[in-house]
Design a protein around this ligand. Structure first.
Ligand SMILES: *[C@@H]1O[C@H](CO)[C@@H](O)[C@H](O)[C@H]1NC(C)=O
Length: 136
């Protein structure tokens, strides 16, 4: 009984650690190409300077070499956000709402992701927006 209790407590500590260290298990689904503006459509990172291992500046996590859908999903899932948007190939935005500046034609979101040449990451002031679903 005591042993089982200890195992449960150990798992509670260890599992929480693994969970946060590896990011949360998520799925994401594409919602479309949306206009960005000021204030940012996906506004969840305003005032944030770091999210887990990711540096944040001016409400975006940028990476000139490694941006991809998965990268941005990692960033935004660390904050528990409902949506993420990738922009101009290198930027990642997080938020709990989207679409405040409207939707645009898919052709507006033609920038190649800096970290994955097979993926599109928005465009200039355009977000490719995705919905996050948390599996754990
Ligand atoms: C970009 O991503 C790579 C790979 O994850 C990482 O090593 C690097 O520190 C990141 N750069 C910035 C500015 O976050």
């Amino acid at each position: 009984m005591q042993c089982k209790m200890l195992a449960l407590i150990t798992c509670a500590i260890l599992c929480a650690f693994l969970h946060s260290a590896a990011g949360r298990a998520v799925e994401f689904a594409y919602l479309g190409c949306f206009v960005d503006g000021s204030p940012r459509d996906l506004n969840g990172l305003y005032g944030v300077s770091r999210i887990g291992p990711f540096g944040v500046g001016s409400s975006t996590a940028s990476n000139s070499t490694a941006m991809s859908r998965e990268y941005c999903a990692d960033v935004c899932s660390l904050g528990g956000f409902a949506y993420f948007g990738v922009q101009a190939g290198v930027q990642c935005f997080c938020g709990n709402s989207y679409g405040s500046h409207g939707a645009v034609a898919e052709s507006n979101c033609g920038s190649t992701c800096s970290g994955n040449a097979a993926q599109k990451c928005g465009g200039s002031w355009r977000n490719s927006v995705f919905a996050l679903t948390y599996l754990s």
